[in-house]
Design a protein around this ligand. Sequence first.
Ligand SMILES: Cc1ncc(COP(=O)(O)O)c(C=O)c1O
Length: 386
Amino acid sequence: MTEPTADSGFETRAVHAGQAFDSTTGAVIPPVHFSTTYAQDGIGGLREGYEYGRSGNPTRTALETQLAALEGGAHALSFASGLAAEDALLRAALKPGDEVLLGNDVYGGTYRLIARVLGAWGVSVRVVDMSDLDAVRAALEERPARIVWVETPSNPLLRITDIAGLARLGHDAGALVVVDNTFASPALQQPLALGADVVVHSTTKYLGGHSDVVGGALVLNDDALYGEAKFLQFAVGAVSGPLDAWLTTRGIKTLALRMQRHSENAQEVASFLSSHGSVAHVYYPGLPAHPGHELAARQMSGFGGIVSVALADAASARRFAESTRLFQLAESLGGVESLMNYPDEMTHASVRGTELAVPPEVVRLSVGVESIADLLADLDQALARR
Ligand SMILES: Cc1ncc(COP(=O)(O)O)c(C=O)c1O
């Protein structure tokens, strides 16, 4: 098997990029390399550049090759978590005194990392609704930012940002444009092709896909920034372990199939909830009434597996979140199993009282790949509870 090329189809790249069979045994699945150190052919005589597990590991390289191929980037780096990947990127790109312009609807931990960890080192953060490009333009005219950082679809309100438009605005203002592509995954959206500079992932979610491995990644084209981030990966050491890298690689091979089913099920769930009398509002870009529907249809090849809903009030939202049986009440998203999340007290508790606070009547659903009839029946019985 030769390595797939940039012209190979997405599914071919997902299955084969970085996954050549083992040349010594012919094993179709490349082995997991647990060795922490590598024999040298004389001092400094490294085989394939491997020296020590923190600086490089063949199983991690296989994952990084696969990730770069999926996002259409020149380089990828894999980390122990999504936040570790974000931290490496932020420290590679920023210096004290720099500012990050951040979407007002992002994972709470991203805000916490920039405001509370990097804040102590002189980095500041400003928040804007990235789905409103006029607001972004005004914010950049008021003051430059070193990084413009967006999640689209956003977490948890599923706002859609025009990545190409944002990239133009960011670049005109001299900023690095970063897209957290965790919600869409490269199967549905490829931000580098739309003009973004860096793609960030919590591979814990759809890429891993089975809720059994925490990880993160960066994908980018710029050689110098890649060099800086790779240096931090090595010098700080938040690398993914070999088994974690291998599990992520295995998950990625079925990414396209899973995203298709996640999107189909989520569309049905969103339609069902929209027509239910107890639901005040449904946030899902696949619904024609969603303000970002047409944009999402253009820049994505499916609408994804996350649906958020607003109920009448916080008490109803809490009751709904606690009343499903098949949807399990748990943080995280993107696994094959359906999950319920009450953002205000769970994933987004760290941004309570800030501009990023999530309304307390909102519940976020990660719609899995189970039989749709069972999912709808579960939601129906949960909404019937009073
Ligand atoms: C959109 C998004 N980005 C980043 C992260 C952080 O990733 P991790 O939990 O793997 O550190 C999360 C985690 O929930 C997320 O949802």
